[in-house]
Design a protein. Structure first.
Length: 459
């Protein structure tokens, strides 16, 4: 077997936003870092996320209030959740673990751990981007959570639950919304303005700016897929044969990179890499979709819907409609109907998205769409699964049952894990990396801070 390098001081597997920030911070500290990713830089969820720095999302996904809503979600073709029938049994062990995390003590502990990373998320990003010279790529004007049919008493109850966790907010009436945030549909009656959250003007621009900074500091990148990791004779990364090289050779052998320190930031693809080393990682791919649109008028900040469970984020490229959760694993074809359905919700909330001069009734529009799509249910139309419609995207959110990432070392010296940030990868990338670096440097108190994120919690 050939070796692409005799020794690398640091190797980071995965060039999504978690791996990029990790590689940048390690390189900035003076390490020589090699970044590996077979799909290129800033792809997957790091490319297509909602762009929202969602520091208000202090509540773990495993919420007992979700259980009575599940049937309605699953039966609604326009709903926020889908489970492919062919994948249900494979996902069942994850769902069992997920429901177990709804117990009050576990949910409370998970929430405190999430808050630890979220409270420092935006300051950590601001410092990182100041260092990188691209602070303009994030804004901190806040975001809206809008309500159409929810009564004021419940809106205030929701607001209070956030406020009790230290989230800065203000409840706004329809009149206040029309004055301060014009453009929302008349169906929006109330909103919670989260005043201390942020967004990026473009996830793609953010990723590319970080990558250029990484290269300017002397970091190295290799676009090649990792086949496996070995630790028998020291840490080594085995790469899959380069396809171009394989076409020119009768027998292509994997390349091997020996390294003193290795950080795995490969999202859902980390599961197979860890399994080769004997670690069990109950990670699941929450497939999400987005639809890019170009209305003449953009909202001035992200707008999420309490009832519709989706979000609209103004970006340099246009207005991104994002959301939905689909459990379909990593192999089944995308169901592009789920991305296209986001338009119905977007038009109902933001009339500028409508091609027609007058806003059609939101309820009738949803009813018409539901009738047209009901036959498809949660399965995939063959036509839509083969060809991606223009401006649509899908990606795999790496989610663990307790909604916490893995920020951890292990019994193998020099091997570290930084993965599983669910819907909050962009939000927590900088603060999560800060904790990882403290752990790697064995700073006093770091082991205690990182304990909730240890890989050992699953073994």
């Amino acid at each position: 077997m050939s070796s692409v390098s005799s020794q690398q001081q640091m190797v980071v597997i995965g060039a999504g936003v978690i791996g990029l920030v990790t590689a940048c911070c390690l390189q900035q500290q003076g390490h020589q870092v090699l970044l590996l990713d077979g799909n290129g830089v800033g792809q997957g969820c790091s490319f297509g996320n909602a762009g929202h720095l969602a520091t208000e999302q202090v509540f773990p996904l495993a919420d007992p209030a979700l259980l009575p809503k599940l049937p309605g979600f699953l039966l609604d073709p326009l709903g926020p959740l889908a489970i492919r029938p062919r994948y249900f049994l494979k996902a069942l062990p994850f769902f069992v673990r997920f429901i177990n995390q709804m117990r009050p003590k576990k949910r409370s502990a998970n929430m405190q751990a999430l808050k630890q990373l979220l409270q420092s998320a935006i300051p950590a990003w601001q410092q990182l981007l100041d260092d990188a010279g691209c602070a303009h790529l994030i804004k901190t004007d806040g975001s809206l959570l809008v309500f159409e049919q929810t009564a004021l008493a419940q809106v205030e109850q929701v607001a209070q639950s956030y406020a009790q966790q230290g989230v800065a907010l203000e409840v706004l009436t329809k009149a206040q919304l029309q004055s301060r945030f014009p453009g929302l549909a008349d169906s929006v009656n109330y909103a919670i303005w989260f005043s201390e959250v942020g967004q990026t003007i473009s996830p793609n621009l953010l990723n590319q700016a970080l990558f250029q900074w990484f290269l300017s500091m002397g970091g190295q990148f290799l676009q090649q897929k990792v086949a496996n990791i070995s630790s028998r004779h020291g840490l080594a990364v085995h790469l899959e044969p380069n396809q171009m090289a394989a076409a020119q050779q009768s027998e292509a052998t994997p390349q091997i990179i020996a390294t003193a320190q290795l950080v795995v930031c490969a999202g859902v693809h980390s599961k197979s890499l860890l399994a080769q080393l004997g670690f069990k990682l109950p990670i699941e791919a929450e497939r999400g979709y987005h639809l890019m649109t170009s209305p003449a008028l953009l909202p001035v900040l992200p707008v999420a819907s309490f009832e519709r469970k989706m979000i609209m984020t103004p970006m340099q490229e246009g207005l991104r409609l994002a959301g939905t959760v689909e459990f379909a694993g990593t192999e089944l074809a995308d169901n592009w109907q789920r991305a296209e359905r986001l338009r119905f919700h977007g038009e109902a909330l933001w009339p500028a998205l409508l091609n027609k001069p007058q806003l059609k009734d939101a309820k009738n529009g949803k009813a018409e769409a539901s009738a047209a799509l009901a036959a498809a249910g949660n399965d995939v139309s063959p036509d839509l699964s083969k060809i991606r419609p223009a401006n649509c995207w899908s990606g795999m959110r790496p989610t663990l049952p307790d909604s916490l990432p893995v920020i951890s070392g292990c019994d193998i010296p020099g091997l570290w894990f930084h993965l599983g940030h669910q819907h909050l990868g962009l939000t927590m990338a900088a603060s999560s990396t800060r904790l990882l670096l403290k752990l790697m440097a064995k700073e006093p108190g770091s082991a205690q801070l990182a304990a909730p994120f240890s890989l050992k919690r699953f073994n």
